[in-house]
Design a protein around this ligand. Structure first.
Ligand SMILES: [Zn+2]
Length: 316
């Protein structure tokens, strides 16, 4: 797949002022109001190279944002990887040992295996366990507009519609390689009230991604009910575009070391005809299963066992 590294329009913020944390976990800051209410966790840098979320949280922390009720926790997740951010090879700081967004399985977290990311996930787990609402802030390789990944449970989709942005909502099951943070614990249970959303704020390092991260975060906090009317209303008054929902029906996992996309897909391409070859994986052709199939987040680098692309269709 043709790919050019996007321009790095964003400056990675200095996170050293946040190192100590205030609840005993480095780079995690939690503020509670006297009035009771839900606990909202804003999580940036699950992937160390996706700096738009760090910019949004840094701005809110420096502005002194506090909840009017309940609790807001600001978490910078994979700072160890982020600290290696290098403009000459910005993707390298995605993680150190393994993807922090594939380890959120209780058996793995309780197990004996060790890695930088497992160590960080184990440190974050006690605070994640207390979340009522979680927003996990990411960006993407592909140059498409922002996407909200809601998982399959109706509760997350309903909340994403109340948040009102972005325009594209994606219902998906996650990855074969391991569960994401947004699939951890009670977030996974369709009957439990806990909500977790993953926002892909657009392409990595584009200035627009930080704007999307900030607006989504404000609206998420407002809808969760932890902000004062004065803080919430200006954001909720912003006009929003009509939201559309894509249901992910297939997830193509790379099976060989010889995986290639057959055309230059940008992401969110709609392939009109069923049976169109979109990729080859070793000797196998990967074809679209139905008409008007949408390709969601095709990867730049093919790694066996990882998701290459998700296929979906518009639900509304
Ligand atoms: Zn990410």
């Amino acid at each position: 797949m043709p790919y050019t590294t996007p321009l790095i329009e964003l400056d990675p913020p200095d996170l050293s002022p946040y190192r100590a944390g205030n609840i005993g976990i480095p780079y995690v800051w939690s503020y509670a109001a006297t009035e009771p209410g839900p606990h909202v966790i804003l999580n940036a840098l699950t992937h160390g190279n996706e700096i738009c979320g760090a910019i949004a949280l840094d701005r809110l922390l420096r502005a002194g944002l506090r909840p009017a009720r309940g609790k807001i926790t600001f978490a910078f997740a994979n700072v160890a990887a982020y600290e290696g951010f290098d403009r000459r090879d910005p993707t390298a700081s995605r993680y150190l040992d393994e993807d922090l967004n594939r380890v959120w399985d209780p058996a793995m977290l309780d197990g004996p295996r060790r890695s930088c990311e497992l160590q960080r996930a184990r440190a974050l787990r006690p605070i994640i366990d207390t979340a009522d609402f979680l927003l996990d802030i990411h960006s993407m390789n592909v140059a498409t507009g922002p996407l909200m990944l809601t998982g399959m449970a109706e509760k997350h989709l309903a909340f994403a519609r109340r948040v009102g942005v972005p325009a594209m909502l994606v219902r998906d099951e996650g990855h074969a390689a391991g569960p994401r943070l947004r699939e951890y614990g009670r977030f996974r249970d369709p009957e439990a009230p806990q909500i977790a959303l993953l926002i892909e704020c657009g392409q990595h390092w584009r200035e627009e991604s930080a704007t999307v991260a900030l607006e989504t975060t404000w609206r998420f906090l407002a809808v969760a009910g932890v902000l004062s009317a004065r803080d919430a209303e200006p954001w909720l008054a912003h006009p929003t575009a009509r939201q559309r929902t894509v249901l992910v029906t297939h997830r193509i996992t790379i099976a060989t070391d010889d995986f290639h996309f057959d055309e230059s897909f940008k992401g969110l391409d709609v392939v009109p005809r069923a049976g169109t070859i979109i990729a080859r994986d070793g000797l196998n052709d990967i074809r679209t299963p139905y008409d008007n199939c949408i390709l969601i987040m095709p990867v730049r680098r093919s790694v066996r066992g990882q998701t290459a692309v998700r296929l979906g269709r518009f639900e509304d």
